[in-house]
Design a protein around this ligand. Structure first.
Ligand code: ARG
Length: 597
């Protein structure tokens, strides 16, 4: 039984003995003892003063005395401070706790069963006309971490992606490629497919802008010029042909999308993310139209004179929302309705989480209401996991266009930086091959990037600073990874973790050892909190606190050189347990930890 449960039970019995009243579990409020007081677990005594008719401290004292009598193996000492009863828990209990934590490789995680709720998490969701950028990096890292956190909280998780593969944006790239591409392919150009397509998108824009300028010079106003430019007209014609299933347009579209997906896959792999099911807008937008027609027939929506279809959300305090244009074509919202329909057909979804930037807050507010009206049971409570912008400090890694930070460039730079920074250290590691050095650089570079982004509250805008992120000291991924590698090195030197059970009898623990075990126990709470609040940064900050505390312990105590065998043994297990929890915690964030670095 957990220490907390033993105490709760004993306190209930004592209150009944002393005051003749039965109290519910919830009345026994336990907290972690504040650092300025002696003890580890604190009972809030105020609720019992009404029954004792005594002052808070006197009440605390009499409960404390009985507790020590009743649970001598658990509570070794107590003190009362202003209605708070601080308990010192015996070393023996902490050692048992440590034993339990170490024996459970999944400590802190709730197992997933057949009856677990199904949570679908959508993240990434790129458009197919350009490569992934820094914003997508934040999205992908958050989405992946959130999926791990939800699973660790006992949910079945389906990771999904909606690829916006259709529409005018991709036609622009296609048209530019036809005009100026000379049949160029990823193979002939040596470019990643997504970059190739992105370059043609940029080329389209450049020529288009020139045409607009030209028309304006001839006296046309800007609005009209933007519509009349031959290039945009041609792109629109192409979109119409696409919708009509024109074989040539569709063939080219398929070919170019394949290139893009191959490129995306490389980036996803480098980021360490994946999906269980990918949806494509080209396959969902017609479903969306159908759903809207259905809603129209049910009187949920209305048609205007020009034929366009709208939802009136003024009763909900929002405005009127276009669902189908007058020419019958669909809009972004229509696609999302269709995608929801397919997803719901494919999975028994209990909760749907969309990881999408906060510039789409309004879109998801509307989507939630529309899905609810259309009868999706998870529509009303859909979660828009809305995250803030991420930028690099000025002047760093601006792309060709000068605005966007390319994801592949960023990843390569992080790994290169890690390699250069750790070159000295790595060389000192004996017998390390070039291949292993490269692998360590990858783990550390990616760890720096991921941790720096994930330690921040997702809702906040943030600045990603590569130099700061890769620092081996402070609240960084590499600092945590380094501590892990140090623990692994200790365990290697110890020849592994002793397999005999810890002696719970004869070892008195020092304060620092106790607080470290208590910190380990806190992993459970951190995982739960992260799941309840949809907040992976809880896990990041927990890992940092744990590692800081371990380093203090390691600084103050010897592990391998401790003469007392029982103590040495315990400290080795303690180190191993910290390593295990760090690895699991960082794993929830999608961050690997190296055996050496
Ligand atoms: N592809 C869209 C964009 O780049 C994001 C899609 C978000 N997901 C959704 N279900 N609407 O803006």
């Amino acid at each position: 039984m957990k220490i907390e449960s033993k105490i709760t039970e004993a306190v209930k019995a004592i209150v009944e003995e002393l005051y003749g009243q039965q109290v519910p579990d919830s009345m026994v409020q336990l907290q972690q003892t504040r650092p300025e007081f002696e003890g580890q677990i604190t009972i809030v005594v105020f609720p019992f003063t009404r029954m004792s008719h005594k002052a808070p401290d006197a009440t605390a004292m009499e409960i404390g005395e009985r507790l020590v009598e009743r649970l001598p193996e658990v509570v070794s000492k107590f003190n009362a401070v202003k209605g708070f009863l601080n308990l010192s828990i015996s070393s023996r209990q902490w050692i048992e706790m440590l034993q339990d934590i170490y024996a459970n490789p999944k400590f802190g995680f709730t197992p997933v069963t057949d009856h677990s709720p199904l949570v679908m998490i959508e993240y990434s969701s790129p458009n197919t006309n350009k490569p992934l950028h820094l914003g997508h990096v934040r999205n992908n890292l958050l989405g992946w971490a959130l999926a791990q956190v939800m699973e660790a909280n006992g949910n079945k998780v389906v990771k999904t992606n909606i690829v916006n593969d259709r529409g005018i944006h991709i036609c622009k790239s296609m048209l530019a490629w036809l005009k100026w591409g000379n049949g160029e392919t990823p193979e002939t150009s040596g470019k990643k497919g997504d970059h190739l397509i992105g370059d043609y998108y940029v080329a389209f824009d450049k020529h288009y802008r020139e045409e607009v300028k030209e028309l304006m010079a001839q006296g046309m106003d800007e609005e009209q010029a933007k519509q009349e430019a031959p290039l945009i007209k041609e792109a629109h014609e192409m979109l119409v042909k696409w919708e009509q299933n024109d074989p040539e347009v569709r063939g080219l579209w398929r070919q170019m999308n394949e290139w893009v997906y191959a490129g995306f896959d490389e980036t996803y792999k480098a980021l360490g993310v994946s999906f269980d099911k990918i949806y494509y807008e080209s396959e969902t937008y017609l479903e969306g139209k159908e759903k809207v027609e259905e809603g129209l027939a049910k009187g949920l929506f209305y048609r205007r004179d020009d034929g366009s279809v709208w939802a009136d959300l003024t009763k909900e305090g929002l405005d009127e929302k276009l669902l189908l244009r007058s020419d019958g074509t669909s809009v972004y919202m229509t696609q999302d309705i269709g995608t929801a329909k397919l997803r719901f057909q494919d999975y028994p979804i209990d909760k749907m989480i969309y990881v999408v930037g906060n510039e789409q807050n309004y879109h998801f507010q509307v989507l939630s209401i529309l899905l609810d009206k259309l009868g999706f049971k998870w529509g009303k409570d859909l979660v828009h996991f809305s995250y803030g912008m991420v930028e690099l400090p000025n002047g760093k890694m601006k792309s060709r266009e000068g605005t966007v930070v390319d994801a592949d460039d960023l990843i390569a730079t992080m790994i290169q930086d890690a390699k250069e920074l750790s070159a000295d250290k790595v060389n000192k590691l004996e017998g390390i091959s070039e291949q292993e050095a490269q692998e360590i650089a990858r783990i550390v570079g990616m760890g720096a990037l991921k941790y720096f982004i994930l330690k921040v509250d997702a809702r906040k805008n943030m600045l990603f600073n590569p130099e700061e992120s890769i620092d081996f000291n402070g609240n960084t991924g590499p600092f945590i990874q380094y501590t892990y590698a140090r623990i692994r090195s200790i365990l290697r030197k110890a020849g592994g973790v002793p397999s005999v059970a810890l002696s719970t009898q004869q070892t008195e623990l020092a304060e620092k050892e106790i607080s470290l075990i208590q910190r380990l126990q806190g992993f459970e709470t951190a995982v739960r909190q992260a799941g309840q609040d949809y907040n992976p940064s809880c896990i990041a900050n927990y890992c940092y606190d744990l590692v800081k505390e371990y380093n203090q312990f390691y600084h103050d105590f010897s592990v391998l050189h401790e003469e007392d065998e029982k103590k040495r043994h315990l400290r080795i297990v303690l180190s191993a347990a910290v390593g295990q929890v760090v690895k699991n915690g960082m794993g929830l964030l999608g961050i690997e930890v190296p055996e050496r670095m």
